[in-house]
Write a protein that binds this ligand. Structure first.
Ligand code: GLA
Length: 391
């Protein structure tokens, strides 16, 4: 009797330790006892169903240090991301909803992959190889935004789990048909999310097409490194960018590339997001805050540091590296307290910020910007890494 009892308590104790440090549900870990205490883990469950009856799955990823990410097949959305603060306390550091239906009903691209073209294309029109294409003007009936009415953030992606030596993940694929949302060509897009044991969320993007088409895929996560305790104005941001692309009142780039020096757009040194956001600046007026594209300082191709964010109260740090030429920094200006998100939290003005690695907005209409055109036989391939640490 005594033996059975002590065995039971030992099991409970081990399960508690594993539950605290490692991944997934307790039962899973009891099953895998004997292996490493915090073995990386992938758990898959049904998250819900779309109106047309498609099953949506939720992948729960956990790395060797207990960092966790929940990713669903609808919109390739990162539903939650749990990271430790300087005392080891885990918090969810991205905005979103608790259930699928809320995402479907009304989401300002929370955590999604946006495509076929992230950000705006002026008047929803572009000409490619002599043909003019017309896209939805889903942004104030004026411009095309984030891929249109049913962009990549509103479709169900195919999925398969991925295991690599130092990471667990999910590979999501979507076949965007020729003519979908007005874009030419059948586009096969693949996005692989990996949670590495270096505490990174790594996103690998790939695409191929059978007709020339613009492609600009990005991740539209809303971060709040306090764990959603307050607005994001106290976060300290550094952007590795000496120039940005100024916009007109419709947030379309004018075509210029302007130095940030001596303007509120200068984040070359660590600066609080809120320090200059309310100042007299036409660009900030147009955006209702920051909603602009910064051109990254680069010496060549390959991975470069794009941004670093430090949140002083929790000590959390997020560093972004990318192969992309630019980054959109959006300070959550359209959040206004009308959305109630996870665990009943009201998302007030500037409750989250986005840092979207990308090509410049409206590139299909700006011949001087780096090209976003993918042609048959070519492979679109970009990588962005979000690395989490504390100080
Ligand atoms: C991007 C755009 C913003 C806004 C948000 C989502 O960052 O640049 O203007 O559309 O997405 O609301």
């Amino acid at each position: 009797m005594l033996k059975i009892k002590s065995q039971f308590f030992r099991l409970v104790l081990v399960a508690m330790i594993v539950g605290g440090l490692g991944c997934g549900s307790m039962s899973q870990h009891v099953r895998s006892l004997g292996s490493a205490v915090s073995a990386p883990d992938i758990d898959v469950k049904t998250f819900g169903q779309t109106a047309d009856g498609r099953q949506v799955r939720l992948y729960s990823l956990c790395n060797a240090n207990g960092l966790k990410a929940d990713i669903m097949t609808y919109g390739a959305i990162v539903v939650s991301l749990q990271a430790p603060d300087r005392k080891g306390r885990m918090d969810d550091i991205v905005l979103g909803y608790d259930n699928l239906q809320d995402y479907i009903k009304n989401s300002p691209y929370f955590g999604a992959i946006v495509g076929r073209y992230g950000n705006r294309i002026a008047k929803g029109k572009f000409t490619l190889d002599g043909t003019e294409y017309t896209l939805a003007t889903n942004n104030n009936n004026l411009n095309h935004l984030h891929g249109g009415i049913q962009g990549f953030d509103k479709v169900v992606w195919d999925d398969r789990p991925v295991r690599r030596a130092d990471a667990v993940g999910v590979q999501l694929s979507y076949w965007s048909k020729d003519g979908e949302e007005g874009y030419p060509g059948n586009l096969k897009a693949t996005v692989t999310y990996l949670l590495t044991n270096r505490n990174e969320l790594r996103i690998e993007y790939e695409a191929t097409t059978d007709k020339a088409t613009p492609v600009n895929l990005t991740h539209h996560g809303y971060f709040n490194l306090t764990g959603g305790e307050r607005d994001i104005l106290g976060h300290v941001l550094t952007l590795n960018a000496d120039t940005f692309t100024p916009v007109d009142e419709g947030l379309i780039p004018t075509g210029e590339i302007t130095p940030v020096k001596s303007t509120p757009m200068d984040f070359t040194k660590p600066t609080e997001i809120g320090a200059r956001i309310a100042g007299e600046c036409q660009q900030l007026k147009f955006g209702g805050g920051y909603d602009h594209n910064w051109v990254l300082n680069r010496t060549g191709r390959g991975m470069t540091l794009a941004a670093r964010v430090y949140e002083p109260t929790t000590g959390r740090i997020m560093e972004i590296r990318t192969t992309e030429p630019a980054i959109q920094f959006y300070s959550g200006n359209f959040l206004d307290g009308t959305i109630t998100g996870k665990e009943g939290k009201v998302y007030e003005h500037r409750w989250g910020f986005c840092l979207e690695t990308q090509h410049y907005p409206d590139s299909p209409n700006k011949p001087d910007f780096p090209s976003t055109i993918l042609r048959p036989g070519e492979k679109y391939q970009t990588t962005t890494i979000y690395r989490f640490s504390t100080k």
